[in-house]
Design a protein around this ligand. Structure first.
Ligand SMILES: [Zn+2]
Length: 421
C-alpha cells in the first residue's frame, strides 16, 4: 500500500511489474545458446573396414551390415573383448553410434568393452536383439560405466557390457537399428492409402534416393513439411515422426478434414548415407546437415530447398508449418523468434500448450531460439524463408518408447485441430 501514497510510488510499482514478469519469463523459457555457423564444405570421412573378425576360440564379431559401426576390435583375454568406436571425421558432436553382431561356437558369457576414440564418451546405453529388428535395452545391471573427470565434468568415458553368446547371433546397437530399408518398408506400408504417394526429390552424396511422401488430397494451396533423420543415431525422433505421420494417415474425421485442406510433404530420411554408414552425425560429405540450411553445400539439404521452392513457384501455395524430428538428452521443443510475421502466428506455442495439457504429469520444455534471421538449421530456414511456423521436435534418447509414440500421436491430433479451426 505504501506505493500508492503518491504518484512516484505508483510509477515505481508500474516499473517493477514488467521487470518481475520478464524475469519470470526468463526462468520459464530458457533460450538455447546460439547455434554456431560452421563451414559446410565437403571434407573427407574415414570409412570403416567392413568384415567378420575372427577373435579366436570360436568367437566372431561383424560390422558387415547396414548401420553397423565398429572400427577395431581386440580380444583382451578369455572373457573380455574391447571394441573401438571412432567418428566419421572430427570435430563432431558427442553422439558415438555403435553397432555390431557377435556369435560363438560355444555358449559362453563374455564382456564387451566400448572404447571411444580421443575425448569421446558414452551417450547411448546398449540395446540388444536376436534378429536385428526386435530390440530391447540391456538391463542396467548387465553393464558398468566408468566415469572420468574431463575439464571439471564427470563423463561416462567407457562402458562394459556382459552378454551371453552362442551360435545364435546377438546384435548390439546404440539405439534400435532403423536402417534405410526399414524406412523404405514403412513408406511402402503408407502407400497402401490412396491419398499417399512417393517421389524422389534428389540423391545423397553417395547416390541414395532422397524420398518424399505426399500425404493429402488438397490443391497444394496449404502445405506442411515434415523432416527426419538429419542426424543418423537420432532414432527416438524418428519414432515420434512415424507416430505423428501415421496419425495424419488414419481414418478419423479430423484427419480426413485435414488431408482435404492440407498436403503434408514428408522427408523421413534426409541422411541415408550417414544412416547406412553408421555415422555419429554427419553425411558422406563429413558435414552436419543441420548447419547447411543457409549455404546449401550438400545435396541432401539442397534437394529439400529446391523441392520447396519449386512447389511454391508452381502452385502459388503456402507452407504453413514445418517440423523436424531429432533426439537429445531430454524432450525439448526448439521454437523460433515470436516477433517474426508468419503465415499462422502463434501456432507453435498453441500446439505445445495443447500437447502439454493432454499429459497430466508432463510440462513441455520449450526453448525459443535467440537468433533472429539466421538460417543455419532446417527450422530456421523454413521459418524465415517461407514464414511457416516451425518446430524442432527433440525426443530424449531414453524417453520411454510408449510415451514417444503417444506424444507423436497427440502432437498430430492437436496440430490438425488447430490448423483446421
Ligand atoms: Zn539432431
Amino acid at each position: 500500500m505504501y506505493f500508492f501514497k503518491n504518484k512516484s510510488g505508483l510509477l515505481i510499482l508500474l516499473l517493477i511489474i514488467p521487470f518481475v514478469w520478464t524475469c519470470k519469463q526468463d526462468t520459464q523459457w530458457k533460450g538455447q545458446g546460439p547455434i554456431k555457423k560452421v563451414s559446410t564444405e565437403t571434407v573427407p570421412i574415414q570409412l570403416q573396414y567392413k568384415g567378420v573378425f575372427d577373435l579366436g576360440d570360436g568367437v566372431f564379431i561383424s560390422n558387415d551390415y547396414d548401420g553397423a559401426r565398429l572400427n577395431g576390435v581386440a580380444r583382451i583375454n578369455d572373457t573380455l573383448i574391447s571394441v573401438l568406436i571412432t567418428p566419421e571425421n572430427s570435430p563432431i558432436n558427442m553422439s558415438p553410434w555403435y553397432g555390431f553382431k557377435i556369435w560363438s561356437e560355444l555358449e559362453k558369457n563374455i564382456a564387451v568393452k566400448l572404447t571411444y576414440a580421443e575425448n569421446a564418451y558414452n551417450r547411448y546405453y546398449p540395446k540388444i536383439s536376436k534378429d536385428g529388428s526386435n530390440w530391447e535395452a540391456i538391463d542396467s545391471s548387465k553393464y558398468q560405466v566408468v566415469m572420468e573427470n574431463r575439464d571439471g565434468d564427470a563423463v561416462p568415458a567407457n562402458l562394459t557390457m556382459q552378454i551371453s553368446v552362442s551360435t545364435d547371433t546377438t546384435w548390439i546397437s546404440a539405439q534400435e537399428l532403423i536402417t534405410v530399408s526399414e524406412v523404405n518398408g514403412w513408406m511402402d506400408e503408407l502407400l497402401s492409402n490412396s491419398f499417399v504417394s512417393k517421389s524422389i526429390i534428389g540423391r545423397s552424396r553417395d547416390g541414395r534416393p532422397i524420398n518424399l511422401l505426399k500425404i493429402g488430397e488438397s490443391d497444394d494451396q496449404k502445405m506442411i513439411i515434415v523432416l527426419s533423420r538429419q542426424h543418423p543415431p537420432e532414432v527416438t525422433g524418428f519414432l515420434a515422426m512415424e507416430s505423428f505421420i501415421e496419425t495424419i494417415c488414419t481414418d478419423i474425421e479430423i484427419a480426413k478434414k485435414f488431408r482435404a485442406e492440407y498436403n503434408v510433404y514428408v522427408v523421413p530420411m534426409i541422411n541415408p548415407d550417414g544412416v547406412s554408414k553408421g555415422h555419429w552425425r554427419h553425411n558422406s560429405g563429413g558435414v552436419d546437415l543441420n548447419r547447411d540450411w543457409e549455404s546449401f553445400n550438400q545435396p541432401e539439404t539442397s534437394a529439400i530447398r529446391d523441392f520447396m521452392k519449386q512447389k511454391v513457384t508452381q502452385t502459388g501455395g503456402v507452407f504453413y508449418f514445418g517440423i523436424d524430428f531429432h533426439s537429445t538428452s531430454e524432450d525439448i521443443f526448439y521454437t523460433n523468434s515470436s516477433e517474426q510475421n508468419v503465415n499462422m502466428p502463434g501456432l507453435v506455442i498453441k500446439l505445445i500448450d495443447a500437447v502439454g495439457n493432454e499429459f497430466p504429469n508432463y510440462t513441455p520444455n520449450v526453448r525459443p531460439s535467440t537468433e533472429t534471421g539466421t538460417m543455419i538449421t532446417s527450422t530456421s530456414f523454413i521459418f524465415y524463408e517461407y514464414g511457416a511456423e516451425a518446430l524442432t521436435y527433440e525426443v530424449g534418447d531414453n524417453t520411454p518408447r510408449e510415451f514417444v509414440n503417444k506424444k507423436g500421436e497427440v502432437t498430430a491430433l492437436k496440430l490438425m485441430e488447430l490448423m483446421t479451426k
